[in-house]
Design a protein. Sequence first.
Length: 183
Amino acid sequence: MFFLSKGIKVHEVPPIIQVSHRGTVHTLAGEAGILWLSGQYGPHFLAARTKCFDALVELGLVETSDETTELARYRLLTNCVICLTHGPLRRPKTVQEQTILKWLRYAGLRLTVAELICLAEKQIMPVTSLLGKGNRQALVEAIYTIDNITDMVLECQMEHAERRDATLDAIFRLLGENRIYLV
């Protein structure tokens, strides 16, 4: 089984960490803290569920998948909201990371992983005419068509997109650098 941690670490004094998720700060110690930290920067393999792990699931602090494939990484992220951290601005290492951060920062709406992959797949760059609250409709029209506007169709299409894994790799690098976090 794969799992991915959600929330943002706000304080750590080993063996205790505090994680903020949806307006609540959770104090995790021992096995709970170790489990959450192991899935903080990307999918982590878990051989068997424990009561402690189930408690993290119940709190909404982890997203799980019974699969352990590349597709499982994508499906884990489809159940998460990608948020920007408020740390110092640093230039990302790759053009793809820069593009993803620009979309997340300036799009004017929250973009899902499927939408980010779609934008990469269509090679749509974050230009002024698609950014900001005033251009939300133009951005939505650039992503969605009559063929994918129905619930979950875009997510299913992006499961097989050529740019899926490269986009996921960039997202997980940003997560590992604390540039983004998941809710």
